[in-house]
Design a protein around this ligand. Sequence first.
Ligand SMILES: [Zn+2]
Length: 239
Amino acid sequence: MTPPNPRRTKGAQPPEPSTVSDRLRARIRAAGRRFHANDSIAEFIEGDVELAELETEVAKRMQHVLEALVIDTESDHNTTGTARRVARMFLHEVFRGRYHPMPRVTEFPNAERLNELMIVGPITVRSACSHHLVPIIGKLWIGVLPSEQSKLVGLSKYSRIADWVMSRPQIQEEAVMQLADLLETRLRPEGLAIVLEADHFCMQWRGVKDESHMTNSIMRGAFLANEALRREFLQLVRS
Ligand SMILES: [Zn+2]
């Protein structure tokens, strides 16, 4: 059990009703789980009603951010609905991979005993950096070497799974790792390879002179052990 918040129990005042984000944090902590920016917390949200409540809380707090930025949201017609729009965009669009469950993906057995290298890509990736909440846009390739015991999914499902992982505030290296872990658990392939090339708008937009283009790769199983396979994958990605 989480100890009561001292701010809330001080004095004779009755405790404030907790906000929906307070409730979610308490639930996640009670389960001993993390809620970093790139973690999914969807399983802790009780249905659409609670998600709608969370949207209202985010909109309210976003309104406070606009006020702190001294933007007149009352007379400026462009920003009147901005707090609500941003809340909706965060929860249901750009960060939906935190608040909405993973899309349904049906795995099927490798009945044809496929054992050839499969490459999916380029998949367009849209994410945002955890540091600035500014877009990361890139291209992703996934290489899978199935074994007879592997599970398979339809080709279009790879991009849906990738999209779910990327639709969170992310760090490119961690995003690639999360995606690899997820695909390995679901598919149990003989080998798995991922390459992600992305542009970081926090570099371009903020005018930081650092390199804004970044490439990450991850090789697992057969792709680590077999250099020819790794080379074949990287060559196909480049071409
Ligand atoms: Zn950044």
